[in-house]
Design a protein around this ligand. Structure first.
Ligand code: MG
Length: 381
């Protein structure tokens, strides 16, 4: 399926202030035209992108990568027609005609139009009118208008290519948009879901709003936060110390395990693997492998931390809870935090170790072993 985007940018509109046509003014670090082109170029279903420009804007338009340029005409209709004619060489199946002044068009709005074209020769996004409508003259309300069945039209307006080309060739001019041209030719146009943020930049104030919206969206897209949790249990056996979160604590029992049985560090390591969706400690260090017998658990934690970096993330914080009646954790908690922080390369104020009992209930309550819970948060760098 070939889907072309035809972005109409030939207008000279300077209503939005300044002496440059609004599509060449900068907003959130790029021109309005660049943002509009990026919305379609970045869309996985759009295969080709055409920008219809005024000949005077050629130098500005050449700075935009990945878009074909076509010179438009004196009116919007003429510009769309020029764009459609330019596409006839390798005619697409569908064309999405978009006003350049709507730089915040979302992938969802574009998808809605493309999906509707499966069953309709035309489709366009719109929002129902919710404000009351008046007629007015000389600053006075002269009448009211029902808003029933009224919509605010947006773009892109999508069509099967051949019918809209024929419709434009037959049209004599003066249409507000391509839906009007299509309907004059007898084509049905489905209404798809519009978006309040698919704003058409018209007034000077629209630039400030667009700037804020585009920057917020960029931040949102860049923000990739992952969270994982881990749980582990080790039983007591004979011995004289335990190792918890890398700290050796004298005790009248030891923890049983293939490695050093550091239940806290194991839960934390699993939390990190979990945040990365990278399995668990047993998959990376199989207990059946003799080389991990008696291994110090910082090997496992370091491996998980290295994996964080190789996935392009950084650790933000970690929180470990140890569940046991004895030994008492409180006196050792700060040493544990410091040890974990050192291994993970984190500031100690991003590492928490705390403890609880299970009120003498269950296996931890009967002092048969120690359980640990942990969670870790990763942020995409
Ligand atoms: Mg374990």
């Amino acid at each position: 399926m070939e889907i072309a985007a035809l972005i109409v940018a030939a207008g000279r509109g300077t209503r939005a202030g300044a002496d440059l046509p609004k599509q060449w003014r900068r907003v959130a670090g790029a021109t309005v035209a660049q943002h509009s082109v990026a919305a379609f170029r970045g869309h996985p279903r759009v295969t080709r992108c055409l920008l219809v420009i005024h000949p005077d804007d050629e130098a500005l338009a050449r700075k935009i990568e990945g878009v074909e340029l076509v010179h438009g005409g004196a009116t919007r209709d003429a510009s769309v027609r020029a764009g459609l004619e330019a596409l006839t060489g390798h005619a697409p199946d569908q064309v999405l005609i978009h006003d350049v002044a709507r730089p915040m068009v979302s992938a969802d709005v574009i998808n809605g139009v493309i999906d509707a074209l499966v069953t309709s020769p035309g489709a366009a996004p719109a929002l129902p009118v919710t404000d009351a409508l008046w007629h007015g003259a000389d600053g006075v309300v002269t009448g009211t208008q029902s808003r029933e069945g009224l919509f605010r039209a947006q773009t892109p307006q999508g069509f099967h290519f051949e019918p809209i080309l024929a419709a434009h060739r037959a049209y004599t001019g003066g249409a507000a948009d391509d839906v009007e041209v299509a309907r004059m030719a007898g084509l049905d146009v489905a209404i798809t879901m519009g978006d309040e943020n698919n704003l058409k930049i018209t007034t000077p104030g629209d630039f400030a709003r667009a700037d804020r919206l585009i920057r917020d969206k960029a931040k949102e897209l860049a923000m990739d936060i992952r969270m994982g949790n881990g749980f582990d249990v080790h039983a007591f056996e004979d011995g004289d110390h335990v190792i918890l979160c890398g700290v050796r604590i004298p005790h009248d029992r030891a923890l049983k395990g293939h490695s050093d049985a550091d239940v806290g560090m194991h839960a934390l390591t699993d939390a990190i693997y979990g945040a990365l969706a990278e399995g668990d400690i047993g998959q990376h260090f199989p207990p059946s492998d003799p080389q991990w017998k008696g291994a110090e658990s910082h090997i496992f934690l370091r491996h998980a931390v290295e994996l964080v970096a190789s996935h392009g993330f950084r650790l933000s914080n970690a929180d470990v809870t140890l569940i046991c009646e004895h030994p008492k954790i409180g006196p050792h908690a700060d040493a544990m935090r410091a040890e974990l922080a050192k291994i993970m390369g984190l500031d100690v104020d991003r590492v928490s170790v705390k403890a609880t009992t299970s009120e003498r209930l269950g296996f931890t309550g009967r002092s048969e072993g120690i359980a640990s819970l942990a969670s870790a948060t990763l942020i995409k760098d």
